[in-house]
Design a protein around this ligand. Structure first.
Ligand SMILES: *Cc1c(COP(=O)(O)O)cnc(C)c1O
Length: 426
């Protein structure tokens, strides 16, 4: 499907006057429409809730938007829990799906009344020691091992993943948790990532629904929710067909009606923990071409680099690029679009066919709304960019300022070794 930016060149130039490039820009309208569609697609399930995977885009302003659609937060660390709590998400709206979890994080999750999703059998004892008991509501993460297959072949390799309980550990774990006082149970599984097919959730759901029927028979536990977690992908490339969340919801319903309803489990709630699907298409990294270099290849140097968007550098991930104002120009130039890190993998695109780029052109790097800014780092002393929300009325709102050198040096605050540091003239 043709990919078009959610802003015009004129709008972007206007925003760039107030907030210099690079920055991540988010599309409020797109976020809202999609959050609404997700709700509608699962409205057939009374208890349905999307717990947004905070790690994908941990910005309080964006979480507040999702909150309006009754989304919760899926947290995996102390700071993510703190963020959810600061935004007044109550315990019921916080899922704590962590792994290799430090004691203080379990303690804090419990203090908030969050739903704790255990990653491992040994965490039953660990949690009990840390919080002095087992919460009334508890969830366990399942890993069936092997490979996860769909009609188009192997999608992922759970047997190689560090997460979750084995089948037998889950049966035994539920029994133990029940003996220790747990009353309400949930299961969770994340078996394939960035799936661009409407088949993934229904297939996963079928597997989990059958497991829940078995767990109920074998353990007698009161299973209240099934968490399909994340993994619903987006079409990063124009050659891919985007997922249809309505088709996905209908596919899950079909499995639900076939397996859970006859087993007397029609009141089980479906939860999701999508990150990418909720946010990726509604964010973009906006950067300006500042150099062109002609050596063995043609390079365009931009003012963003891999610290602003790491996916191309670490996974070779494709992110579509639009040269603003040249949307209809022929893509008759082959470029490597590169950042300034002293790392040769710092390339947003390699051998990409694009319109001729002039210095000063704005580049819109698509689909950075999830796992974009949040994966940022400070290598080469590079600073994190601003995040800006393009509001529904077309105005731009700063929702995180850019880092300054003072932020970067702040962790030396407790020493006086940098007290004579010179700052550049403004
Ligand atoms: C990362 C993660 C998610 C979100 O995954 P997406 O691919 O962004 O949908 C959900 N749950 C858990 C436990 C995760 O680790």
């Amino acid at each position: 499907m043709k990919k078009t930016p959610f802003v015009t060149k004129e709008q972007l130039e206007e925003i760039a006057k107030a907030y210099p490039t690079p920055f991540h820009l988010y599309d409020e309208k797109g976020i809202r429409e999609n959050a609404k569609a997700v709700r509608e697609a699962f409205a057939w399930n009374k208890g349905f809730r999307e717990y947004f995977a905070v790690k994908a885009t941990p910005n309080p302003f964006l979480l507040e938007i999702l909150k309006e659609y009754d989304c919760g937060c899926d947290c995996s660390s102390l700071t993510e829990l703190m963020l959810a709590d600061a935004l007044h998400f109550d315990g019921e709206h916080i899922m704590f799906s962590s792994n290799d979890t430090p004691a203080e994080e379990f303690a804090f999750a419990n203090e908030l009344g969050a739903i704790i999703n255990l990653d491992d059998f040994t965490h039953i004892d660990f949690l009990e020691q840390v919080i002095g008991g087992i919460p009334e509501t508890i969830s366990c993460r399942y890993n069936p091992g092997g490979v996860f297959q769909m009609s188009n072949g192997i999608m992922d390799n759970p047997g190689d993943a560090k997460y979750g309980f084995t089948h037998d550990q889950l049966v035994e774990g539920f029994q133990i948790l029940k003996e220790k006082g747990a009353k309400y149970f949930g299961i969770h599984a994340f078996l394939a990532s960035n799936t661009v097919t409407n088949e993934y959730y229904p297939k996963l759901a079928r597997q989990l629904f059958e497991l829940v029927v078995e767990l109920k028979e074998k353990t007698g536990c009161d299973i209240r929710f099934i968490n399909l977690s994340g993994g619903v992908g987006v079409a990063y490339s124009p050659e891919q067909t985007p997922n249809d969340i309505y088709a996905i919801g209908a596919g899950v319903k079909e499995a639900f009606d076939e397996i859970l309803v006859p087993a007397g489990l029609k009141d089980v709630a479906i939860y999701t923990e999508m990150g990418r699907f909720m946010m990726a298409p509604y964010g973009a990294l906006v950067t300006r071409a500042i150099h062109e270099k002609h050596t063995y290849k043609e390079y365009i140097g931009v003012d963003a680099c891999a610290v602003n968007l790491m996916r191309p550098a670490i996974y070779g991930a494709y992110h579509h690029i639009t040269v603003m104002g040249k949307e209809d120009a022929p893509c008759d130039h082959t470029y490597d679009v590169v950042g300034s890190l002293c790392e040769n993998c710092d390339k947003f695109a390699v051998d990409r066919m694009l319109p001729e780029i002039d210095k000063g052109d704005l580049l819109f790097i698509h689909d950075t709304g999830a796992h974009g800014f949040s994966m940022g780092y400070n290598y080469n002393g590079k600073l994190r960019s601003a995040e800006i929300l393009l509001q529904e009325d077309g105005s731009a709102r700063l929702i995180r300022r850019a880092e300054t050198p003072d932020d970067y040096f702040r962790t030396f605050d407790c020493f006086d070794i940098l007290k004579d540091m010179k700052h550049p003239q403004k």
